[in-house]
Design a protein around this ligand. Structure first.
Ligand SMILES: Cc1cc2nc3c(=O)[nH]c(=O)nc-3n(C[C@H](O)[C@H](O)[C@H](O)COP(=O)(O)OP(=O)(O)OC[C@H]3O[C@@H](n4cnc5c(N)ncnc54)[C@H](O)[C@@H]3O)c2cc1C
Length: 430
């Protein structure tokens, strides 16, 4: 791996090395007051913050590291529409009302991204189009059903293609077909987030970096304490997701940090265009899935894997490169310039959760590996509720949730057992 010194300090990722120059924000060192205080400057925190700032609220965001340091600044950059569970499963579990409501909102997240990119002129290499590839006949049946579901919910865009037609999108023998979603797409997630942050600040929002929230004091006017300061606010929103740790004990058992790994090749010129000719993002239909795409400077960015508990493998390249070569043997001589890992938050149901811990303390988390678009949507729903319109928020907040079994010590081994089940399903094509 080639060593690079990224300008965005603290992250050894392709994104940090190609980040739009951004100011380092100050650390909180005093006691301040605002309408809303948000913990965590990822997509969720920025989405809530931007919506509230647009509504005229005074908003403070506290970030433990740099903004975008979490999953939002290190992900695959794929705008995957919908949720980590199909609408059919949502309907079976929670009833037709929930299926209809969540179905109506299923593609709103990617619309929000496109609208913000346009409104705030965010330079983030946004490209339209994505494919979900099938490795088995069962995957094909599932994708056909998935496309039908979206048609039924009025999102008429996706369509299914066979192996021959897929060659136009992915030059690989590995797949038997795919679903094409023209309303999917990909972007540079860190630059999108930096653009959102600049928009937020242009509306009067304040961000403090290197300012970890250590505890929340509940009450009529709750407060967030950091090492050197305190924010009192009418409302607090917890958006720390997989990196929250035990800051808010009531949330700990609701989510499981899971790490995923990404590598980026050297710039490949024509070869990258030959491998993914239409420049769509690609993910496969496995439970533990591979995801890949081209970058604006012609690399292949390839991710996959899932380590329960959020630990990093000893060698990221050793783990991901073999998968990449199974898909694209053409890359056997390609140099890997970057390799990194990041944590997303899994819920037991794989449906994201939003809610209130007290009447004035909200949370949003658990996008379960598909959060680029849902974080935008959920941020908007939380902001709507804070501004007094709870209708859409309640559809999500009222879904029953289940904590991970096994408590703090056993939830990782229990969930690892669960992941073996999914790996077996993938291997057996079930
Ligand atoms: C490697 C990887 C690849 C992925 N690829 C995709 C993809 O291609 N498409 C897709 O849809 N989804 C993808 N995801 C998932 C997606 O990135 C996440 O669901 C999404 O970014 C979550 O955003 P978030 O704001 O909720 O959390 P995060 O982005 O993790 O932000 C949380 C922030 O809170 C801060 N924080 C935590 N605790 C505190 C505290 N106590 N005080 C102050 N700050 C705190 C953290 O430092 C962090 O910056 C991927 C995830 C990973 C890890």
């Amino acid at each position: 791996m080639t060593a690079k010194t990224p300008p965005y300090a603290g992250m050894q990722t392709y994104y940090a090395a190609s980040a739009t120059p951004a100011p380092e924000r100050e650390t909180l060192t005093s006691n301040i007051h605002c309408d809303a205080c948000i913990i965590g400057a990822g997509f969720t925190g920025l989405s809530v913050g931007l919506e509230l700032a647009e509504a005229g609220k005074s908003v403070v965001i506290l970030e433990d590291h740099r903004i975008g340091w979490g999953a939002s600044g290190r992900n695959g950059g794929q705008l995957i529409n919908g949720y980590s569970r199909s609408l059919k499963v949502i309907g079976k579990r929670y009833g037709p009302g929930a299926e209809r409501a969540l179905g109506d909102m299923a593609l709103e997240g990617s619309d929000i991204i496109r609208a913000r990119v346009k409104k705030y002129a965010i330079d983030c290499d946004l490209v339209d189009g994505g494919v979900v590839t099938a490795l088995t006949a069962k995957h094909m049946r599932d994708l056909e059903e998935h496309a039908d579901e979206w048609h039924r919910h009025g999102h008429g865009a996706p369509y299914v293609i066979d192996k021959a037609a897929l060659q136009k999108f992915v030059s690989s023998d590995r797949y038997v077909g795919a679903m094409v979603d023209p309303r999917s797409g990909h972007f540079h997630p860190l630059n999108y987030l930096l653009g959102e942050a600049a928009a937020f600040e242009s509306l009067g929002g304040r961000i403090y970096e290197h300012s970890r929230a250590l505890r929340i004091e509940e009450g009529a006017t709750p407060a967030v304490h950091t090492a050197n300061g305190k924010v009192t606010a009418d409302t607090i929103i917890v958006c720390g997701n997989a990196y929250l740790g035990s800051t808010v004990p009531k949330l700990t058992a609701r989510i499981m940090p899971v790490s995923s790994q990404v590598i980026a090749t050297e710039p490949l010129g024509d070869l990258a265009r030959e491998l993914i000719p239409e420049n769509h993002c690609v993910e496969d239909a496995n439970y533990i899935l591979d995801y890949f795409r081209r970058t604006a400077d012609g690399r292949i960015l390839y991710g996959g894997g899932a380590v329960y508990g959020g630990l990093d493998p000893i060698s990221i390249e050793a783990k991901i490169r073999p998968n990449m070569l199974k898909t694209f043997p053409q890359l056997k001589n390609a140099r890997i310039d970057f390799a990194w890992s990041g944590n997303f938050a899994l819920t037991l149901s794989r449906i994201p959760q939003i809610g209130r811990l007290t009447p004035n303390i909200y949370f949003s988390h658990g996008d379960s590996g598909h959060g680029v678009t849902t974080t935008q949507l959920l941020g908007r729903l939380v902001a709507e509720a804070i501004c007094g319109d709870t209708g859409r928020f309640d559809h999500f907040a009222n879904l029953p949730y289940f904590p991970f079994p096994g408590g703090r010590l056993l939830r990782v081994p229990f969930s690892t057992l669960g992941s073996w089940y999914y790996i077996a399903c993938d291997r057996l094509g079930l």
